[in-house]
Design a protein around this ligand. Structure first.
Ligand code: SF4
Length: 293
């Protein structure tokens, strides 16, 4: 089989013409494609030169630790919480709702709240959340114990109202700018919706609390960076095509191994490359020593 590269794709295009194009057009077209290819390669090389050492090995090791796909995010992440029997537009709305609820809330609590919302008469749709019979107070009671459930109930009602009218007419917007205009939707939620609901995973690197912590501990972002700073930092060097994959990988890794308290450095396959390895244990030991004094 012919190897797939820019030249073979160019050959295919040329062979499907009903009349052969002028030679100079063909040469110009090939030159443009080659230039584009070279520019992309140079951009990737530039990115690699500003990247942390061993980042590819670190990712490979974390991938291997995540091979079981048994972290809470794998089973109960936003991508698992839409009703797959619903139509595409409804599923996009459900993913938006799940993303809003998931902010500062454990996956298991988000999943349970989504189950209760799916059980609403008529299911979880824009119309059902918007209807007057469902008050903000009732919605808050359904969401409880989700973090900030009262605030989120207000936001979800306002989102349903906004999406019901013009210019959305029952559609969840598929651009970052429009999503950010919805109540309670910040960059993390908007990027998550774009990725899960619209398959646009390369709009921005998604940083939740797990991703922020893992990136800082690995030294991929300055210590103490907030999620926005971590996102900006990684977007400067991590190839765009890896953004959704790495973000998802790190969420589960942070849930299972690089936990907020007592990270499991002894079983972590990147402990030889991580500047924060065993620091938690040494902090604990120094605390015990100071108590004994
Ligand atoms: S070695 Fe420890 S701190 Fe570093 S990534 Fe692994 S679990 Fe996290």
């Amino acid at each position: 089989m012919m190897e797939s590269n820019i030249f073979s794709s160019f050959s295919f295009k040329a062979s499907t013409q009903t009349r052969a194009p002028p030679v100079e057009d063909v040469v110009e077209s090939a030159e443009l494609e080659v230039t584009h290819y070279v520019v992309k390669e140079v951009e990737d090389l530039k990115k690699c030169s500003s990247s942390p050492p061993n980042w590819r090995e670190v990712i490979q090791a974390i991938r291997s630790m995540r091979a079981g796909q048994d972290a809470p995010v794998d089973q109960m992440g936003t991508h698992q919480l839409a009703d797959r029997t619903a139509d595409k537009k409804t599923q996009q709305f459900q993913i938006l709702v799940a993303a809003v609820i998931s902010s500062q809330t454990r996956d298991s609590v988000t999943a349970a709240a989504m189950m209760r919302l799916h059980a609403l008469p008529g299911g979880l749709t824009i119309g059902n959340l918007f209807r007057q019979e469902l008050t903000i107070h009732q919605l808050a009671e359904i969401l409880k114990p989700v973090g900030f459930y009262r605030q989120k109930a207000k936001h979800l009602k306002a989102i349903a109202e906004k999406l019901s009218g013009c210019p959305f007419n029952g559609n969840v917007p598929g651009t970052l700018d429009e999503l950010l205009k919805l109540p309670g939707v910040g960059p993390k939620i908007a990027l998550l919706v774009l990725w899960v609901a619209f398959g646009k995973g390369e709009e921005g690197f998604i940083v939740d609390t797990n991703v922020r912590r893992v990136c800082c501990r690995l030294g991929w972002a300055p210590d103490g960076s907030d999620p926005n700073q971590v996102r900006q930092s990684l977007e400067t060097w991590l190839p765009r095509s890896l953004w959704p994959d790495i973000s998802f990988l790190f969420v589960g890794f942070g849930q299972q191994v690089c936990k907020p308290i007592a990270p499991q450095c002894e079983r972590c396959q990147v402990n030889g490359m991580c500047p924060s390895a065993f620091q938690d244990a040494s902090k604990e030991a120094s605390k015990k020593r100071s108590k004994l004094k």
